[in-house]
Write a protein that binds this ligand. Structure first.
Ligand code: NAG
Ligand code: ZN
Ligand code: ZN
Length: 249
């Protein structure tokens, strides 16, 4: 943008390129966990169980239907958070005080420092990196290199900021991830317990290792996502964001 100096723009670009590289790895990591889980639940355990007949087939059908339905919702909400712009400040945005006082453009004037300390308008904030005023609840993200409307936090798992426009998808992503990882944990629990019994376990070492890994990963995700979900539900009900809570401490 014309508002940034050339040197700074280059630095931000370099910084973001490095983190975007890491970012793509995070997306691959998420898809990798999904792949391992899919292999363990569908291909190794429940697709074969579908042909066993009787009650086993019924349980397998239920698990497979739930698993695929939730996986579709999870991936949809995940990529919605990844690809939805969290919201940037409109170029023409000015603090409401300008019109009220009939002042000249504060960006070109020398009186914006006076504006900042105005006791009647303590909310007027200015971002020196973007050279623009910040609306209330807007914060500058150093990873994205720009100001984000109602920024909550920069999430490395979705390689994006979570802000005004994608917060809904982020909540849905947490919700579906919790349901999906819980279903997977419960459906793999009998197979996990079988590891520690004396009886003979069917399956090759490879499929057993994948089942073991998928169980441990999904249990860990279910517990940590549950913590996040509870935290964000309480944030939403208190009309606040992660950044606002952290900056108040
Ligand atoms: C949430 O807080 C903002 C200011 O931080 C306020 O403008 C908005 O009206 C509040 N919303 C609700 C539903 O209370
Ligand atoms: Zn900024
Ligand atoms: Zn960000």
């Amino acid at each position: 943008m014309h508002r940034s100096g050339a040197v700074m723009a280059w630095n931000v670009f370099k910084f973001c390129t490095a983190l975007r590289g890491l970012g793509s790895i995070m997306i691959l990591l998420v898809l990798g966990v999904v792949g391992v889980t899919y292999y363990a639940v569908v291909i190794t355990n429940y697709w074969p169980a579908l042909y066993e007949g009787g009650f086993d087939s019924f349980v397998a059908l239920c698990v497979l239907a739930l698993f695929h339905g939730l996986l579709g919702m999870l991936l949809w909400s995940y990529f919605s958070v990844v690809f939805t712009d969290p919201g940037s400040v409109p170029l023409s945005w000015r603090p409401a005080i300008d019109e009220e006082r009939g002042e000249s453009d504060p960006l070109s004037g020398s009186d914006y420092s006076g504006l900042q300390s105005d006791s009647t308008n303590p909310r007027v904030r200015y971002c020196r990196k973007c050279n623009q005023y910040k609306p209330p609840r807007c914060h500058h993200c150093s990873v994205c290199g720009r100001c984000i409307l109602k920024m909550d936090h920069h999430c490395v798992w979705v390689v994006n900021c979570v802000g005004a426009l994608n917060y809904k998808y982020f909540l849905l992503f947490l919700f579906y991830t919790f349901l999906e990882t819980s279903i997977v944990t419960l459906s793999l629990l009998p197979h996990f317990i079988a590891f520690f019994s004396d009886g003979e376990i069917p399956g090759t070492p490879g499929t057993l290792a994948t089942t073991f890994l998928a169980f441990v990963l999904n249990l860990a995700f279910a517990l940590s996502v549950l913590g996040f979900l509870i935290m964000h539900i309480s944030l939403v009900s208190a009309n606040t964001t992660t950044i606002e809570v952290i900056s108040c401490i």
